[in-house]
Design a protein around this ligand. Structure first.
Ligand SMILES: [Fe+2]
Length: 335
């Protein structure tokens, strides 16, 4: 479990274009104004003690529900834990990968998993639930392994949108004085007909640009499955010679234009992501990028590196600061 507060640090890095990792003490700070990046908060904002909490949200990502390993009981335990907190959240953000997988499965297996999710949410959750789409929620994009042709009803994102009761794959809403944007971060891989990459297609990017422009007066949180930025990607894969390799499935391949969009919209304070089943926090150019572990931990086989089975509680403050705790709900992996 960890507990972080960023108010003072975010003042230190505003307008400086500094990348720092949570928990590191020796944060290097560039000269003010050296990068031309716009400030995200007034230099004389309220002190940490004066900040007023606007909203508390729970971010439950990578549930990967399945019939095996008692995953349904695990998700139920997590939902009960969230709602029994002394100071419970106002809503739940669903971080994607709600089911173990339908990317590579047939329709009956996909439907079986969605039925488990719908039942446990109906039985165990009474909070507002705002989900985003994860790669494993998408049915049949790997056509050979799912034995699909691509023209079946429900193929692709249609089935999960139906099961998650989403009208659109991406959307936005307001709550507690904050603006929330639910992104659809999974795209077809242009180099692999059976694969995916992270990022936004042109249509969604244009929509996001307009949405942010029309909400510039509101502190904003972006919800995404694939992180926009995550330090954990550096710890993921090595080339045979030992060099790092970060594949397009781990981050946004259209990062340059997304970075520009974030810099033009300093009201964007936080990005909440999943996908990595890891816990990290990257402060970059005034935005707090959170990678929030996994409800399923290591896909229901215990802890994945530092990330035991858990979820994040994110407190959002009226002057735009963000506080995140990762909370383990006490699950013990079953065989
Ligand atoms: Fe996942």
């Amino acid at each position: 479990m960890e507990h972080e507060r960023t108010i003072d640090r975010r003042r230190a890095i505003q307008a400086m274009g500094v990348m720092g990792l949570a928990g590191l003490s020796g944060l290097t700070v560039a000269a003010p104004g050296s990068t031309g990046i716009p400030a995200r908060a007034p230099s004389t904002g309220p002190s940490a003690a004066e900040a007023r909490r606007s909203l508390r949200v729970a971010h439950l990502t990578d549930l990967h529900i399945q019939p095996e390993r008692d995953a349904v009981a695990g998700v139920a335990a997590c939902l009960r834990h969230v709602q029994s907190l002394d100071d419970p959240p106002d809503l739940i953000l669903g971080g994607g990968d709600h089911i173990m997988d339908s990317f590579e499965t047939d329709l009956s297996r996909a439907r079986q998993q969605w039925e488990l999710l719908r039942k446990v949410m109906k039985d165990e959750n009474s909070l507002a639930f705002h989900p985003c789409i994860g790669n494993h929620d998408i049915w049949g994009w790997h056509k050979p392994k799912s034995a699909t042709a691509g023209d079946e009803p429900g193929w692709g994102k249609a089935l999960c949108m139906d099961q998650l009761e989403m009208d659109r794959p991406y959307s936005s809403f307001n709550r507690g004085g904050w603006h929330f944007v639910v992104l659809d971060s999974v795209r077809h891989d242009p180099d692999d007909p059976n694969g995916y990459v992270g990022g936004l297609d042109d249509e969604q990017f244009e929509w996001l640009s307009a949405d942010l422009e029309s909400h510039q007066a509101m502190n904003t949180l972006l919800l995404t499955h694939i992180p926009i930025l995550s330090a954990s990607t550096l710890d993921r894969k090595r080339e045979p010679g030992g060099d790092m390799k970060i594949g397009g499935g781990l981050l946004f391949i259209d990062w340059p234009r997304v970075k520009g969009l974030l810099n033009r919209n300093p009201q964007v304070r936080c990005v909440a992501g999943g996908h990595m089943h890891r816990i990290d926090r990257v402060e970059f150019q005034g935005v707090t990028h959170l990678c929030n572990g996994a409800v399923s931990g290591n896909w229901w086989k215990g802890a994945h590196h530092e990330a035991s089975e858990g979820y994040a509680v994110i407190d959002l403050y009226d002057e735009g600061s963000v506080e995140r705790r990762y909370i383990e709900y006490g699950w013990k992996a079953r065989a």
